[in-house]
Design a binder for this molecule. Structure first.
Ligand SMILES: [Zn+2]
Length: 292
């Protein structure tokens, strides 16, 4: 091999290292992953999620490949609000020492009482204005930790925020089609409190904000009583929660199940809700169809 060839190979390798290695971002669950993908794009960064589409981030069991993936990451983006109870142990086990960005930073959490303790409700993503805060927080972090691509991220972020603003207006127009007395959502677990607050609907569920327990007979009796006291049009199953809970309530109250909502995960690419925006559109479509 000539000296010139060796120098050429050396330069080629050096160039790939400086410009070809994408910034490696790991997110904790599929909804957050969709949002980060919109901002980061595919040219400058790779974005992967620990809990995939249709997965439940409340009760996740990490796998060895999650630790490997985390160890190789340049940035980790998490929801926060106590959603990812399994994450700190996984980060420690992986040896990852890089930054951890909390997407929900500065959002005022809704609080729940559980076993005498006030705990934050993690499902802030069902309010589109809250997701716009997530986007701003994530954009600041990407620009800071991968500054050579700052302009690229800012441009994508601005375009995405514009789409989210339009989505928010669309949700308000759609919900307005449901008569006020019908605006009650009954699901298996309390995933839609931020949605309910943002878009002025009511919410009942037999489970709390997590999915790690079964509802007690008392919880079920309470929800069935609420259903009988109100003129309820439909119940809603969730893709990531045990459907038997809602089916049992439907049997005992003779009320139909109005469809399946995506509460804690997006769908796979072939499903009806493969991105955050499509997830919100899918959910609102089902609610309006069943309750109007
Ligand atoms: Zn949940």
């Amino acid at each position: 091999m000539t000296i010139r060839a060796i120098i050429f190979i050396f330069l080629a390798v050096a160039t790939i290292d400086a410009y070809g290695t994408p910034f490696k971002i790991v997110t904790t669950f599929s909804i957050l992953n969709s949002i980060v993908e919109e901002i980061a794009g595919t040219e400058k960064a790779t974005v992967t999620t620990i809990v995939g589409p249709d997965g439940d981030a409340h009760v996740y069991q990490p796998r060895p490949m999650d630790a490997k993936n985390l160890f190789e990451a340049d940035l980790v983006v998490v929801n926060g609000l106590k959603l990812e109870g399994w994450l700190d142990r996984l980060i420690k086990a992986s040896g990852y020492k890089g930054p951890k960005v909390i997407a929900s930073k500065s959002i005022e959490p809704l609080l729940f009482m559980e076993n005498g303790l006030k705990i934050p409700d993690p499902h802030a993503w069902h309010s589109v204005p809250h997701i716009m805060t997530y986007v701003k927080n994530i954009t600041i972090a990407l620009k800071h930790f991968n500054s050579e691509n700052a302009d690229y991220y800012q441009k994508r972020s601005d375009e995405y925020l514009k789409k989210l603003g339009e989505l928010d207006q669309w949700v308000r127009r759609e919900i307005a089609k449901i008569p006020v007395k019908n605006r009650i959502i009954i699901t298996a677990h309390d995933a839609f409190e931020y949605f309910a607050k943002e878009y002025n609907v009511k919410l009942f569920s037999p489970l709390g904000v997590s999915t790690d327990a079964e509802p007690s007979p008392k919880d079920l009796a309470r929800i069935i009583m609420k259903i009988r006291q109100n003129d309820i049009k439909a119940l809603f199953a969730e893709t990531t929660t045990d459907k038997r809970i809602v089916e049992q309530i439907a049997r005992e109250t003779n009320i139909k199940v109005g469809g399946e909502l995506y509460s804690d995960a997006i769908s796979k690419k072939t499903g009806p809700a493969p991105t955050y925006i499509q997830m919100i559109r899918h959910n609102v479509g089902i609610l309006v169809e069943a309750l109007k």
